[in-house]
Ligand binder design. Structure first.
Ligand SMILES: [Zn+2]
Ligand SMILES: [Zn+2]
Ligand SMILES: [Zn+2]
Length: 369
């Protein structure tokens, strides 16, 4: 396991020199959560931005779509009809990736053919009855209702003794494989811990054992002091382009308070979470003046087992767009076989996102020239 801080190359260098080298020359950055590296090649993008945005009109323009299986009152697969819901609405996925009561089994043949059963619950959470809305164009009140719905789903699922982990996430946009433009997310509750969560847990634990503090509390404190990767913040949350960001405009959402899960937030913090979700996604949409595709989700402490007080609640946004609504980043070639790579530095991505308006482009006065 590579541990960056112990590398012989980690000699202290004069701050300015070090920073300017990072903006000019190829280097690798270490992700202390995943303990993987990302290759940064800033010399490939030293030309200035040309401002090309390839503006796209929002994909959905109707408030209600009679053919949408998520709209209120419509029929879903198998003949189930949605209630005429007026705020949020959650239900068991009609085509779940995991089943609640499939048989338990394990296979191990020579340590080479290894498998085990997995059980889980897959929920769908509609954010709004309106087919044409998304988080960045929903009202603060409506997004707060989404946060409340997630919290409620979490509270109910965590009472099921075999559930060890709850993954709340959203795939936005056809580019991310979202099958329906109706604003919705998913909640997968599983009996085992997901791969990435296991990696992060051991990073949190190892960091705490070594430094007697929290990896993300320490990281947040340094990011706030340095200021060069901050995108937006409020009294409860901070969003940065992480130092080790892999996707061009990847961001990391951090709670200011060291809490492990949604249930620990006060009502005021739920309000602040709704606010930061809007602030972040409005900037994303404003970047190329297009509904910005992404996968996002929260990482929280595991459940129904040993307490994991080392965990720090956070969210990841992974958007694929690179230079315009039409140009996306692909993970191919060297990235699939070796190490992921990016061109624009996390610092310049953060600077661009932070400089954007907190008002959604579709709400701006378009009558002036
Ligand atoms: Zn719909
Ligand atoms: Zn912490
Ligand atoms: Zn994480």
């Amino acid at each position: 396991m590579p541990l960056a801080p112990d590398s012989p190359l980690c000699k202290p260098a004069a701050g300015d020199m070090k920073d300017s080298q990072l903006q000019q020359f190829p280097h690798r950055r270490f992700n202390p959560l995943s303990r993987e590296w990302v290759l940064v090649s800033p010399h490939r993008t030293q030309r200035p931005w040309l401002g090309k945005t390839d503006k796209n009109a929002p994909a959905n323009s109707v408030e209600y779509d009679p053919t949408c299986y998520l709209c209120p009152g419509n029929e879903r697969a198998g003949g189930v009809r949605n209630p005429p819901y007026t705020s949020t609405f959650s239900f068991d996925n009609d085509y779940p990736a995991l089943l609640r009561d499939s048989p338990r089994f394990a296979v191990n043949d020579a340590d080479l053919f290894v498998a085990e059963s997995e059980v889980g619950i897959c929920r769908v959470a509609c954010f709004s009855p309106r087919h044409d809305l998304t988080i960045p164009i929903m009202s603060h009140h409506a997004v707060r209702e989404v946060v409340d719905a997630w919290s409620e789903e979490y509270r109910e699922l965590e009472t099921i003794p075999w559930i060890r982990h709850i993954q709340i996430f959203e795939n936005r946009g056809a580019l991310m494989g979202a099958s329906n433009p109706h604003p919705h997310g998913q909640i997968w509750a599983t009996a085992s811990l997901p791969t990435i969560v296991v990696k992060e847990l051991s990073s949190f634990e190892e960091y705490r054992n070594k430094k007697q503090s929290c990896l993300l509390c320490d990281y947040l404190r340094l990011e706030l002091a340095r200021g060069e990767r901050l995108v937006c913040q409020n009294d409860g949350f901070v969003v940065v382009v992480p130092y080790w960001a892999l996707w061009p405009f990847e961001t990391l959402l951090l709670s200011r308070r060291h809490v492990g899960a949604l249930r620990e937030f006060s009502l005021e913090e739920r309000d602040l979470l709704a606010d930061i979700l809007r602030q972040t996604t409005i900037r994303y949409d404003n970047l190329f003046e297009t509904p910005f595709p992404y996968s996002m989700g929260f990482h929280q402490a595991p459940l129904n087992g040993p307490a994991h007080t080392e965990c720090h609640f956070h969210g990841h946004y992974y958007p694929p767009l690179l230079r315009s609504a039409a140009i996306r980043k692909f993970m191919v070639g060297y990235e699939l076989l070796g190490t992921p790579q990016r061109d624009i530095t996390p610092e310049s991505a953060a600077e661009r996102l932070a400089s954007l308006s907190g008002i959604h482009y579709s709400c701006r006065d378009t009558s002036s020239p």
